[in-house]
Design a protein around this ligand. Structure first.
Ligand code: K7E
Ligand code: CUA
Length: 679
């Protein structure tokens, strides 16, 4: 059948279908501006559009499944990491529209993040910092974690780790803004971060590349004695919306390179699981004739899945069995072994993801150099621990559970399996990096049963290209939604117009509502800011973000009324300090003149008096590297020294009204003599 015939046949089918739908439903309610619908078929020009754009039937189906008319909202929100942009992306599904870049670790001028506003975690770091970390203005964000209640997303907070520097950020989803950056004083990088325990008791941060704890120097010749890994449990205070470093703790681990982690849930609540590689303890040195890391870390056939009992670790800390390193309480490795906090089980070499199924019963490990996924059974793990069914111990005395005693199944999926997610039909989905595909396979012994029977490959869908993580709506919770899957691809090669040698990543939306082989690719979304790794997809109606700040005079960092709020303009001089209380409302600042003298210290409090949704004002002063975004109700604090005499216009950055250009003023810095003369 040629293309136009095929389209003709297909249009016929669609017309009959549309007629049937119209008959069942009756006429759809119409908004005034809508064109009258053609109930017996496609609107007159649709066939023409299909022909002109040479769309296939599956293209048209995909378009219909994702197109979101103006004013309609998406059903899901995906939070994707921003990779080395250091930010987080909020994307609507199924439209794949970018809704917001959440400034997290990297300054972002549109949001006034990191450009002089005090109510900002970049300037209000809450924990001890090494001098090297104090000046950081970027990060490598990998794994976002939504806060959970009973193992399901509750839509309140979002956390994400900074792989490059061993930090964690807390984002409040009432305003989608970052509130706290916590710096790990003991470790300088992470990877299994962030993951949360089922009621967000802890935000989990697993280290990656081993180093001496606390950042002391030790030569690589002392790698086995002095270098270590770490699993940090950051205590989260939900009411305060803050991590409490002084109530947090960590567990010391051998110097294997811990990789991805996941928290247990339901039957496995109380445990955290983390993969490792380089159990060879290779130290590289290609330039000295040593095997390069890539070879040195891949010699053994297996590495160790780490099983960490955080409830026991919590008890050990409470009974004083931790040591304090740079202010963080750390359970020593020896204590972790003695107290039954840490166990290992062999896993196929160089694994990447470990993912806990919705019932908390199965742990799925994907070894990137092994075409199988390996499924461990948590109940058998508990049994093996109880019966001390060990096959040995590692050089640090950590007991290794007998593999055959705890393994449930292995399923061959294809080349380069990395990460796994779950749906509510008994399927698991695993990314195949080398094969550039998503494999769908069936879980066994699960409350959802797929028709194909347990532990079977059930289908594949090709993606473009080199998929890393994948995300299924709710796919890492106790209650997955299924429906949509997003493939987070590393390479996009030829998928988009050429914008030069640095290419965007590609997020591809896949429909997983149909059983068996029939997963359907719906949409390609180029990401031109950083490299998303993991993402989580939450039902949009679980998010309860504010439309404007609750009260005029809001401190967005404290999420409370600001002591600096001003409803009227006022200038207070105290010696060389000038306090300016400024208001902003369409279309003026008040005051419009700020008159100071060279050398004065200026404290500027600006309150946006607006209560209208979207009536944001900005604020910038020429020459001062200051950019503020002041949302309705918000008060910002800006401080600077008026060092050099001159005239500095300030203005509103947002096109807030017809007279926005007039929303401006002058900072007049008089020469020093003027002050002397007036005294
Ligand atoms: Cu696979 Cu950091 Cu989760 Cu990237 S990681 S893909
Ligand atoms: Cu306010 Cu423009």
């Amino acid at each position: 059948m040629n293309r136009s015939k095929r389209i003709g046949v297909w249009l016929g089918i669609l017309a009959v279908g549309a007629l049937a739908v119209a008959l069942i439903r009756g006429p759809a309610p119409r908004k005034a501006a809508d064109q009258p619908a053609a109930p017996a078929g496609l609107p007159g020009d649709a066939a023409e559009v299909i022909r002109a754009r040479t769309l296939s039937p599956s293209d048209v189906t995909a378009a219909l499944a994702t197109y979101t008319p103006t004013g309609r909202y998406d059903e899901y929100v995906m939070f994707a990491s921003g990779g080395h942009s250091g930010q987080v992306l909020a994307i609507g599904l199924p439209s794949m529209r970018l809704l917001r870049v959440i400034a997290a670790f990297t300054p972002e001028s549109w949001q006034g993040y990191g450009y002089g506003v005090k109510e900002n975690p970049l300037t209000a770091l809450s924990s001890s910092r090494t001098p090297e970390k104090a000046a950081l203005t970027w990060a490598d964000t990998h794994h976002p974690a939504l806060s959970e209640t009973n193992g399901d997303y509750d839509g309140e907070y979002l956390f994400i780790g900074d792989k490059a520097n061993g930090r964690m950020v807390v984002i409040d989803l009432r305003d989608f803004e970052s509130k706290q950056i916590v710096d790990n004083p003991v470790f300088f990088n992470n990877h299994g971060a962030a993951f949360v325990t089922p009621n967000t008791e802890y935000v989990v941060e697993g280290s990656q590349y081993a180093m001496p704890l606390g950042g002391e120097y030790a030569p690589l010749a002392q790698y086995q004695e002095r270098y270590r890994g770490l699993m940090t449990f950051w205590k989260f205070d939900r009411a305060a919306g803050r991590i409490l470093p002084e109530q947090s703790f960590a567990v010391e681990l051998p110097p294997y390179w811990q990789d991805l982690a996941d928290a247990g849930k339901l039957v496995s609540d109380g445990w955290v699981f983390v993969n490792s590689f380089n159990t060879e303890m290779a130290t590289g040195g290609i330039e000295e004739g040593n095997p390069p890391f890539e070879a040195g870390t891949s010699q053994r056939d297996t590495d160790y899945l780490h099983l960490i009992n955080w409830k026991k670790a919590e008890q050990a800390v409470a009974s004083g069995k931790a040591e304090t390193i740079k202010g963080l309480r750390v359970v020593p490795l020896k204590t972790a072994v003695e107290e039954g906090i840490l166990y290992f089980v062999a896993e196929p070499k160089s694994p990447h993801g470990v993912d806990v199924c919705p019932e908390g019963k199965h742990l799925v490990v994907a070894g990137k150099l092994d075409p199988h996924v390996t499924i461990f059974n948590f109940e058998r793990i508990l049994g093996a621990i109880e019966q001390r069914d060990f096959e040995g111990q590692d050089p640090y005395g950590v007991p290794i559970l007998r593999f055959d005693a705890v393994k449930e199944a292995q399923v061959e999926l294809g080349l380069g399996p990395l990460h796994t997610q779950f749906d509510n039909k008994g399927y698991a989905y695993t990314s195949l990096f080398l094969e550039s595909a998503v494999a769908r396979w069936t879980m066994g012994d699960c409350k959802y049963q797929a028709p194909e029977g347990p532990w079977k490959l059930a289908g594949k869908v090709p993606v473009h290209y080199n998929i890393g993580h994948l995300a299924v709506a709710g796919g890492d919770t106790v209650q997955p939604d299924g429906k949509y899957l997003v493939s987070l691809n590393k390479w996009s090669v030829d998928r988009f117009l050429n914008v030069g040698p640095l290419l965007p990543q590609n997020l591809q939306l896949v429909d997983i509502t149909r059983p068996g082989e029939q997963m359907r690719l719906l949409y390609d979304m180029p990401i031109g800011i950083g490299e998303p790794h993991y993402a989580q997809i939450i039902k949009a109606d679980k998010l309860k973000a504010w439309e404007v700040y609750p009260e005029v005079g809001w401190d967005t960092l404290q999420q409370a009324k600001s002591p600096n709020a001003s409803y009227e303009s006022k200038v207070v001089r105290d010696g060389r300090t000038v306090e300016v209380h400024m208001t902003a409302i369409r279309s003026h600042f008040d005051p419009e003149h700020i008159v100071v003298t060279e050398g004065d210290h200026v404290r500027l409090f600006i309150t946006n008096l607006e209560r209208t949704r979207d009536a944001t004002h900005g604020f910038a002063i020429a020459g001062y590297n200051i950019a503020a975004s002041i949302e309705p109700g918000e008060t910002v604090t800006i401080e600077f020294d008026a060092k050099t005499q001159g005239v500095y216009p300030f203005y509103c950055l947002e096109f807030c009204s017809a007279l926005h250009l007039e929303m401006t003023g002058y900072l007049l810095v008089q020469p020093g003599e003027a002050r002397v003369a007036s005294e």
